[in-house]
Design a protein around this ligand. Structure first.
Ligand SMILES: Cc1cc2nc3c(=O)[nH]c(=O)nc-3n(C[C@H](O)[C@H](O)[C@H](O)COP(=O)(O)OP(=O)(O)OC[C@H]3O[C@@H](n4cnc5c(N)ncnc54)[C@H](O)[C@@H]3O)c2cc1C
Length: 288
């Protein structure tokens, strides 16, 4: 299948990319092309112009500064399969990375492109929402910093304006007292998951000081589940309580979220998956 005709631009600077975006109302950024190109080939997307950012030097950088991991717009999914930093965040991103599609997709596709695409069943969108990542958007009026809670509007729709380029995303580093777990259910390895859960707990000795639980594949955007987080917060963790806490968190999440249904799974089926995925991710986090 061939895409509809489009004009191809390949600027070599962020400013050049923004200029093209601002001058072409129907233009789209091309990063790894792993979502945009299939959509164009099926003619689900018909951008009048493409702004290929792959020649912009420096956008593939992954840096750490003052407790923040900053990931540039051209860092590919595969970059994160080995920890990009030695702490819990690097290890957790490495665990999640392997769930993103298949190796060829991870080799071309970008983490930031996944956030811009905003598929509610995308692993990085759930991680960004759960960890309160900050998106860095460059546009004709300068730089905007957008929190993940405000960034995701609905399916394939974000706070980003048409003339803005997402240049990077910033994740706060996790301290050694953080524990993370991730679980998802997909019909086949590499498929988009029906439901995924990401759990990050901060321990104070053996007590859970804070708990973050994020879900994907259940709503029009990645969500947090405060009711399940409350079940874990303040609880003592020991060999005897871990599995009980995981079951309680899974039940609280299943009771408090009303998931959508589609041809892949009814709301009732997804509710069962929420229960199981939150339980598994919590077990991983607390047992690690
Ligand atoms: C068979 C298959 C299976 C897949 N499975 C999964 C999966 O299991 N989990 C998963 O998360 N993803 C999956 N994907 C999607 C893949 O992860 C994509 O790489 C990702 O969604 C988009 O990243 P990209 O760099 O390829 O973006 P592109 O395809 O280049 O762009 C996607 C969209 O984001 C916009 N965009 C990209 N970068 C920017 C930017 N810097 N600033 C502004 N807008 C931007 C584009 O304009 C476009 O609208 C799969 C894809 C395929 C083809």
């Amino acid at each position: 299948v061939k895409p509809a005709p489009f004009i191809y631009h390949a600027p070599d600077s962020v400013e050049g990319a923004i200029d093209v975006l601002a001058a072409n109302a129907g233009a789209k950024v091309l990063a790894g092309g792993q979502s945009l190109v299939p959509a164009m080939n099926f003619r689900l997307a018909r951008p009048e112009a493409l702004v290929d950012i792959n020649r912009v030097a420096g956008l593939d950088q992954v840096t750490i500064d003052e407790g923040v991991l900053e990931i540039g717009a051209l860092a590919r999914h595969v970059t994160f399969e080995a920890p990009v930093e030695p702490g819990p965040l690097g290890r957790s991103l490495a665990q999640v990375a392997r769930f993103v599609g298949h190796l060829p997709i991870r080799t071309r596709g970008t983490l930031v492109g996944s956030l811009a695409h905003a598929d509610p069943a995308a692993e990085w969108c759930v991680v960004a929402r759960t960890l309160d990542a900050t998106m860095v958007a460059a546009g004709p009026n300068g730089i905007r910093h957008i929190g993940a809670d405000a960034f995701f509007h609905t399916v394939f729709s974000t706070e980003l304006n048409d003339d803005e380029l997402l240049t990077s995303v910033r994740f706060p580093l996790l301290s050694d007292s953080h524990r993370a777990g991730f679980a998802e259910f997909a019909r086949r390895a590499g498929d988009f998951a029906l439901v995924m859960a990401y759990v990050v707990c901060e321990l104070d000795e053996r007590t859970i000081r804070t708990a973050r639980i994020g879900l994907g594949g259940v709503s029009d955007r990645p969500i947090r589940v405060p009711q399940a987080e409350a079940v874990l917060t303040g609880q003592a963790v020991d060999a005897g309580s871990v599995s009980e806490l995981a079951v309680a968190a899974g039940s609280a999440a299943a009771d408090s979220v009303v998931p959508f249904g589609d041809i892949h799974g009814s709301p009732e089926y997804r509710t069962d998956l929420i229960r199981a995925m939150v339980r598994r991710a919590t077990l991983q986090a607390l047992a690690s």
